[in-house]
Design a protein around this ligand. Structure first.
Ligand code: RP5
Length: 176
């Protein structure tokens, strides 16, 4: 049997439309990225922006839904660390898959904010459980219901550690 030859692949343009951006095309990002699942979440997350701005921590807010725009979420989360983002705050209501979806695509710490919404079930328990019940291996921190301010404070505390990751060369050796 003749050897099977695979077709030439051009990963930059193949399938799914738009070419992948070259690394130099990435917009440098802020330290904290805030994602919300819907425009209707914006008001509830305003305290997070206020808190970060008061602390002088650069941030951005994007509306990206895990269910309505999963490809956009994947793209944002995959590129966030490369852009210089150090912590992602992801807030959503109802079936709040957004924090988990972000965590699936990045090693950055992800803080989930369960939100109430006009369509919530159980007074927000739907989004709390959606964020808290992550499977082993894909952790997401979860603040209180509508806990936008606490998410920003937690992000500031994470940034304040500044020590690099376990195993990274920047981490000092602890001698006991
Ligand atoms: C979630 O569904 C959003 O995060 C929002 O809290 C909720 C309702 O969204 P809209 O129908 O108001 O856009 O995904």
């Amino acid at each position: 049997m003749p050897p099977v030859s695979l077709p030439e692949h051009d990963l930059a343009t193949e399938e799914f439309g738009a070419p992948l951006p070259a690394i130099e095309d990435f917009e440098p990002g802020p330290l904290v990225g805030i994602l919300i699942g819907s425009e209707s979440d914006r008001e509830r997350m305003q305290p997070a922006l206020d808190e970060l701005n008061e602390r002088g921590i650069s941030n951005e807010l994007l509306v990206l839904s895990a269910h309505r725009d999963p490809r956009g979420v994947a793209e944002y989360a995959s590129n966030a660390a490369l852009r210089g983002v150090r912590v992602v705050i992801a807030a959503a209501g109802m079936s709040a898959a957004l924090p988990g979806a972000v965590a699936a695509y990045t090693d950055l710490p992800v803080i989930g904010v369960p939100l109430t919404s006009s369509k919530t079930a159980g007074g927000g328990l739907d989004s709390i459980l959606s964020i808290v019940q992550m499977p082993p291996g894909v952790p997401v921190a979860c603040v209180s219901l509508d806990g936008a301010k606490n998410a920003a404070i937690l992000a500031a505390k994470i940034l304040g550690q500044g020590g690099g990751y376990p195993g990274s060369r920047a981490r000092p050796t602890l001698e006991l």
